[in-house]
Design a protein around this ligand. Structure first.
Ligand SMILES: Nc1ncnc2c1ncn2[C@@H]1O[C@H](COP(=O)(O)OP(=O)(O)OP(=O)(O)O)[C@@H](O)[C@H]1O
Ligand SMILES: [Mg+2]
Length: 403
């Protein structure tokens, strides 16, 4: 269990959060949500001990092991993949290292022998003999092939590295698992695997994510950081969203009713306070008016992003795009071959590939950036296409028009 009491954090004059009192219990997955800069990552760092709070404390049940998904993609470059994963269980890893160092010694003393004996029994207690095969299974489940397990981490590509770091965090079944935006840079297959893994994982999981679908799949609770407070809700993200919208609506409906009442009373007072026969009623209404308290609805610092599409110049016809036998090969590697399909008005299509380069190559052709392909495609005569490239640094605010 994690018990947080009277926690607050401020950077200079700025209060990130205060009066935080929360309990996290095993078997639950807590999704931490809030606007950019609300303090989600900082909150996780307080729990993992990387940042000290301004006030308050975080207490753990003794003996519980915590594991944190590493944010540093280069920290393990010099280590083998398998060793990196096993480092996830630091206590076990230290025992393995000390044991190995003793056995490497040429002048092996009696004291060394005794220490080695102690370490061996600790190692066995911690299921050390299965550590390597457990790490290998985890890696294989995450799609890291066996021949890569002995490679150095620096030899892997970015997508493989994040999966190794994830395996490291999950290795050895930690009691507390801390994941800050774990789905960033993960392919959808791995995200689906992680969702299943977490949904049946009996530990305390704290996760920050901007991925609503992921939060819905894994969370039993939502911790919302807003107005410098943290509020915990039982249920997943959709449940939190719907209930918080409902609560907001109820408060503003209530306010609206109160405002109407205030107007009505003010009107009465204005009309009759000079009228001797009604002045008594006017005075009592003045008192009633003083008692009305309109809830101040503070603005949230949360912003919901939106994609705005400019008004189209003309209504498009039914035929949007026709692709015929499209093929692309890069350095002898076939990215795709003979793709043919039609896009009709109203279609919404997701293009998926295991390799991101393939989807990018496909878009590059359709947007006219890449002329080196086989086959053909034709945009409908009535349409105005626009695209948003992955690297959109120079596309300014608006999606770039293709022509
Ligand atoms: N050491 C520090 N000193 C001063 N300010 C800091 C420090 N660390 C973080 N901050 C500020 O605290 C705020 C919260 O940062 P944090 O990274 O926790 O936000 P977040 O909720 O994780 O945001 P995001 O969704 O963008 O990841 C930010 O405004 C950040 O600039
Ligand atoms: Mg963050």
């Amino acid at each position: 269990m994690i018990n947080i009491s009277n926690l607050s954090l401020r950077f200079g004059k700025r209060i990130l959060f205060e009066d935080v009192n929360l309990k996290f219990t095993p078997g639950n997955c807590y999704g931490i949500i809030g606007a950019n800069g609300a303090g989600k990552s900082t909150f996780l760092k307080i729990i993992s001990g990387e940042v000290d709070p301004s006030t308050g404390s975080v207490a753990f049940t003794p003996g519980e092991r915590m594991s944190v998904l590493s944010q540093d993609h280069y920290a393990f470059d010099e280590f083998s993949v398998l060793e990196t994963v096993m480092m996830g269980n630091q206590d076990l890893y230290k025992i393995m290292k000390e044991k190995d160092a003793i056995y490497m010694k040429e002048d092996f003393s009696d004291a060394d022998g005794e220490r080695a004996g102690e370490l061996e029994s600790l190692f066995a207690e911690m299921d050390g003999w299965n550590a390597e095969s457990n790490a290998a299974t985890l890696l294989s489940n995450l799609g890291i092939r066996e021949e890569q397990h002995t490679k150095l981490v620096q030899e892997l590509d970015g997508n493989e590295k994040v999966r190794v770091l994830l395996a490291q965090a999950l290795f050895g079944k930690p009691d507390i698992l801390i994941l800050d935006e774990p789905t960033n840079d993960l392919d959808i297959k791995t995200i689906a695997w992680l969702e299943d893994f977490l949904a049946s994982y009996e530990a305390i999981v704290l996760v920050v994510s901007h991925d609503r679908h992921f939060l819905d799949a894994v969370c039993t609770h939502i911790v919302d950081i807003d107005f410098s407070k943290m509020t915990i809700y039982t249920g997943n993200y959709t449940f939190w969203y719907e209930s918080s919208q409902l609560a907001l609506k109820q408060r503003s409906d209530q306010n609206k009713k109160m405002e109407d009442k205030v107007k009505e009373l003010q009107e009465f007072i204005r009309r009759f306070s000079a009228n001797a026969s009604k002045s008594k009623q006017a005075t009592s209404r003045k008192k009633a008016l003083d008692k009305i308290n309109i809830d101040e609805i503070k603005p949230s610092n949360r912003k919901y992003p939106a994609i705005m599409f400019n008004q189209m110049d003309r209504e498009p016809g039914d035929q949007i795009l026709q692709v015929e036998g499209l093929s692309k090969t890069v350095d002898g590697q076939v990215f795709f071959k003979d793709i043919s399909f039609m896009v009709n008005k109203g279609d919404k299509i997701a293009i998926l590939a295991e390799n991101n380069l393939v989807t990018s190559a496909f878009y590059d052709i359709l947007s006219g950036r890449d002329q080196d392909y086989k086959g053909e495609f034709k945009w409908g005569v009535t349409i105005t296409p626009a695209d948003m490239p992955i690297d959109n640094a120079d596309s300014s605010k608006a999606a770039r028009k293709i022509w």
